[in-house]
Design a protein around this ligand. Structure first.
Ligand SMILES: Nc1ncnc2c1ncn2[C@@H]1O[C@H](COP(=O)(O)OP(=O)(O)OP(=O)(O)O)[C@@H](O)[C@H]1O
Length: 249
């Protein structure tokens, strides 16, 4: 949903300066800088526990931060003006099990003030038309994940933050979801998608390779392979780990 009163369209989708996050005294992000331009699909890749969810939560504005600034679509992360401009899908389904797909989406559409017809639009986008009247608790794990994604698509958010959206899905569904992500980006949305599956990297415009709370690289898949001489992103990641300055280890 375009909103001309909230940040100009010239602002990057995400700008992070000197972000430090120390939940419970453990340093997870020791000082991170990042700019993500609009209209792209950026993959955030890195091993389990490297800080991907913490970074995504900081972008959405639900993470307590120690230092630094996070600006989203020209506004401080988490500000009220961003509520209907940023969609977030967590790893755990965030919809009601005892409500049907349609009831869930009607509920979230009402909260957001999304236009009429939006629940039907997003249901079709995630391929759940046949399950509109099914209680979410009776759906498979993959179907439930798609209901959460549909809820995040309500209101046409300009930025979509997706935490491992394809985990546990079969290859056909994964491919369909990536086609949807590409279509949303072609329509002007910006997507930040985390994954620990390196073979999803080639579907992204740009990659963020993360390790122990630091970004080892931020580049296109092709440039990353060219710079490291690696045949695939997984090997490129390992090469970068080996050659990274001591401070980044
Ligand atoms: N509240 C907290 N207190 C202490 N440590 C925390 C807290 N929250 C997260 N951590 C630690 O921060 C690190 C990064 O966690 P995070 O969930 O961001 O990683 P991740 O890359 O998303 O992992 P995964 O791919 O497994 O989801 C982990 O080592 C985790 O144990």
């Amino acid at each position: 949903m375009m909103n001309s009163s909230a940040g100009s369209s010239g602002d990057p989708a995400i700008r992070i300066d000197g972000l430090v996050v120390r939940p419970g005294g453990t340093t997870v992000l020791p000082g991170l800088d990042l700019v993500v331009e609009r209209g792209s699909v950026t993959g955030l890749l890195g091993p389990s526990g490297c800080g991907k969810t913490t970074l995504l939560r900081s972008v959405v504005g639900v993470q307590r931060t120690t230092a630094g600034t996070v600006t989203v679509l020209g506004r401080p992360a988490g500000s009220a003006a961003l509520r209907d401009r940023v969609g977030y899908v967590t790893q755990a389904p965030s919809v009601y099990g005892d409500l049907t797909v349609a009831e869930n989406l009607d509920h979230f559409a009402a909260i957001l003030g999304a236009p009429p017809g939006d629940p039907a639009r997003v249901t079709a986008q995630v391929g759940l038309d046949a399950h509109r009247r099914t209680p979410v608790a009776r759906l498979s794990g993959g179907q439930r994940a798609r209901v959460s994604l549909a809820a995040a698509l309500l209101g046409h958010p300009e930025l979509l933050v997706l935490d491992e959206p394809t985990v546990g899905l079969d290859p056909v569904l994964r491919q369909e979801l990536w086609q949807l992500f590409r279509a949303l980006a072609a329509d002007g949305a910006t997507l930040l998608v985390s994954s620990h599956v390196m073979d999803e990297a080639t579907r992204c415009d740009r990659l963020l390779l993360m390790r122990e709370g630091r970004l080892l690289a931020h580049d296109t898949p092709a440039a990353l392979l060219a710079a490291t001489g690696a045949p695939d992103v997984e090997t490129a990641f390992l090469t970068l780990v080996r050659t990274a300055p001591e401070a980044a280890r």
